[in-house]
Design a protein around this ligand. Structure first.
Ligand code: ADP
Length: 667
């Protein structure tokens, strides 16, 4: 086998960086491609060469197969790694690579095609004797026949778009009376999303687990499995936490699932890395769901427990080599958990959050911790691509230790500039039921109340940290006696000063008194306490608060409306407070009155309007539905009020920040 000298990575973000890392380890040169939005991206900086391929929208850059092949030719890349998403499961692109004499690092085009349709895939699997969810996946699409099949399968059933992906065109149907409507809805959605309204009907499992098998095959006829991953913790049918091995997996079932997955791969002449996804009942019975013909986002947990580098395996196999190990040489070591840290707001139905990463402190890598990321502090999360900030992977001796470690890491993750799901990930990893082994796809919904804990009022400690940071900031570091500085902090001349905060609707006043010995007396809402503060070289604050000594970090930023926000990180908790500058009355009023309009949080398309001018709405009432980043987002009224005008109609495109709905002045 002759390894490649140079490869092109037809992707971006963390997966592009991850592929470059292994290429570099093997002495392979890399070519990155990038769009306008990614000019300064991490993957561009990491690659040996980088070529601009077009505007920010993926269909004008990362999805342009011909242009990417042209770049590979021009730069002398011998192979293309597609990563995941984008062109990775595009049989036409794989074929075009082969035609151009470039190796596609992935399976043969025919294997991609065979798995492209859920119903075709099921027919192939049925022949290969891979267990299927009881259901109907035939060509006859008459509503009467489908309804009869649903009755035969037994309710509840799930209608799925044959061409589906990303949970689109899926409908759960509880009873026969509801079948016709649900079928029409699923077909409509399938037609709109995939230009193909073919559906299949299958038994809906009520508390299923998502367990998938990593398979690998080379061009010499060998095919094996690298055990399973449990990806049951999902939101909107998308994975949030993945782990390996699966909790409570017994060796006999592991073998049965592994062999079924290998049979599936062999049935389509598979070569390279692939994943066979199964849905499993609580009793362990498992059924084929689909096969992903590429490297998965969650492959690192498999790498952690097997000690293998799957991208290295992909490169070896694509270069015509044999797999490095045989089935009986593979073993499982310990337990690995991966979380997907997203720029999104769980409290707003996981609405993606875009913005600049003003402050970013991800966990540090170690023997136990791996961080795969495509961004650095200062980068921007744009609406053009998946808003994932990083994958954090923990490898430990057992599941409990891994989850405990992960919960701590999520508590210590610091992000300012976008909203993240870090607190939810922490709550999940620390949730007694999840730690105890309760794992199924409904977990997040079922435990919503415990997982989406609304931050209560800021406690004294958080208020003290922000106040001390404010004081340390106003006092230049190293000043002998900061209180001699004439820099405006000392607003009152009575020997004490006030720092005022706004915590949601609540006003907080902290009185600060300086003692002769340099300590500070803080009068907080809950009582008085003595404090000292020191700024370390790395920007962290060393704080003594009463008898409590700890480190904190505080990041200050100015919001769009001019308000000044302090985000504090201490003891695994983060908290945001708005500074009320007593000299700036306009700012105070802006905060107090709120915005009299609902703006678009992302660029997107209005797909539903629920109100019109003149309507009275109450706080929290849904106003409109926006489709952005391939998902639907419902925007609700921020307060009680009366709609003055609706600026857009259904079907119109809107830009980020566009004023969608204006309210009458509360007066
Ligand atoms: P997509 O390709 O749109 O992502 P999948 O077929 O992969 O759709 O299914 C996505 C998710 O939907 C699964 O991970 C699982 O949570 C749920 N799901 C799929 N099939 C069933 C079923 N028969 N019963 C219950 N849940 C299912």
């Amino acid at each position: 086998m002759k390894m490649f000298n140079k490869i092109l990575i037809a992707n971006r973000g963390e997966i592009a960086c991850r592929v470059i890392k292994t290429a570099r380890k093997l002495g392979i040169k890399t070519v990155a491609v990038y769009s306008d939005a990614d000019r300064n991206a991490r993957h561009v900086a990491m690659a040996d060469e980088a070529v601009h391929i077009g505007p920010s929208a993926a269909r004008e850059s990362y999805l342009l197969g011909d242009r990417i092949i042209e770049v590979a030719r021009r730069t002398g890349a011998e192979a293309v790694h597609p990563g995941y998403g984008f062109l990775s499961e595009n049989a036409g692109f794989a074929e075009a690579c082969v035609k151009a004499g470039i190796v596609f690092i992935g399976p043969p085009p025919a294997a991609i095609r065979a798995m492209g349709s859920k119903s075709e895939a099921k027919k192939i699997m049925e022949k290969a004797r891979v267990p299927l969810v009881p259901g109907y996946h035939g060509d006859d699409q008459s509503p009467e026949l489908l309804a009869a099949e649903a009755a035969r399968i037994g309710f509840p059933v799930l209608i799925k778009a044959a061409a589906g992906g990303g949970g689109k065109g899926m409908r759960v149907v509880e009873s026969a009376e509801k079948f016709a409507d649900a079928l029409a809805g699923a077909k409509r959605e399938a037609k709109a999303s995939f230009a193909d309204d073919h559906v299949l009907v299958e038994k809906y499992l009520t508390r299923p687990r998502h367990i998938e098998i990593q398979v690998f095959a080379d061009g010499h006829g060998d095919c094996l499995y690298l055990f399973e991953r449990d990806c049951s913790i999902q939101r909107r049918h998308q994975k949030v936490i993945e782990e390996a091995p699966a909790p409570d997996m017994d060796p006999a079932r592991r073998k049965a699932m592994g062999e079924a997955a290998v049979a599936a791969a062999k049935a389509i002449g598979y070569v390279g890395a692939g994943t066979v996804e199964f849905i499993a009942d609580q009793d362990g019975t498992f059924f084929f769901m689909e096969m992903n013909t590429r490297l998965q986002v969650e492959h690192p947990v498999t790498e952690a427990i097997t000690g293998q580098d799957l991208v290295e395996w992909q490169l070896v196999v694509a270069a015509g080599g044999k797999m490095p190990l045989a089935q009986d040489q593979l073993t499982i070591d310990g337990h690995a958990v991966e979380v997907r840290l997203y720029a999104e707001d769980p409290a707003r139905n996981f609405l993606p959050s875009t913005g600049t990463l003003l402050h970013l402190r991800l966990p540090e890598e170690s023997a136990h911790v791996r961080v795969d990321t495509g961004v650095r502090q200062g980068d921007t999360v744009t609406p053009f691509y998946d808003p994932m900030i990083a994958k954090v992977i923990v490898h430990d001796r057992d599941r409990t230790s891994a989850l405990r470690r992960m919960a701590a890491l999520m508590g210590a993750t610091e992000v300012v500039g976008v909203t993240t799901n870090a607190a939810l990930l922490k709550a999940l990893c620390a949730h007694p039921a999840f730690v105890g082994g309760e794992v199924d796809t409904g977990f997040i919904e079922r435990h919503r109340d415990e997982l989406f804990v609304k931050a209560g009022p800021a406690d004294d400690r958080a208020i003290a940290v922000a106040t001390l940071a404010r004081i340390a900031e106003v006092q230049p570091a190293g000043a002998a006696d900061p209180w001699d500085q004439k820099n405006g902090f000392r607003l009152l001349d009575t020997g004490h000063d006030e720092v005022r905060w706004k915590d949601g609707e609540r006003d907080i006043v902290v009185i600060v008194r300086r003692r002769r010995d340099g300590t500070l007396g803080l009068e907080l809402p809950g009582g008085s306490v003595e404090a000292t503060i020191r700024r370390h070289d790395d920007g962290a604050l060393g704080i003594v608060l009463g008898s409590d000594t700890f480190e904190a970090r505080v990041v200050r930023r100015t919001l769009n409306d001019g308000a000044i926000e302090y985000t504090s990180f201490a003891g695994g908790e983060s908290r945001r407070l708005l500074l009320v500058d007593p000299l700036d009355v306009t700012q105070y009023e802006a905060i107090a009155s709120g915005d009299a309009a609902v703006r678009s949080p992302l660029p997107g398309k209005i797909i539903d309007l629920r109100v019109k001018a003149g309507d009275s709405v109450s706080k929290g009432q849904p106003l409109l539905v926006l489709e952005a980043m391939k998902m639907e987002h419902t925007l609700s009224a921020p307060a009680d009020g009366k709609v003055k005008s609706v600026r857009y109609a259904v079907g119109e495109q809107v830009t980020e920040g566009a004023e969608l709905i204006e309210f009458e002045d509360a007066g």
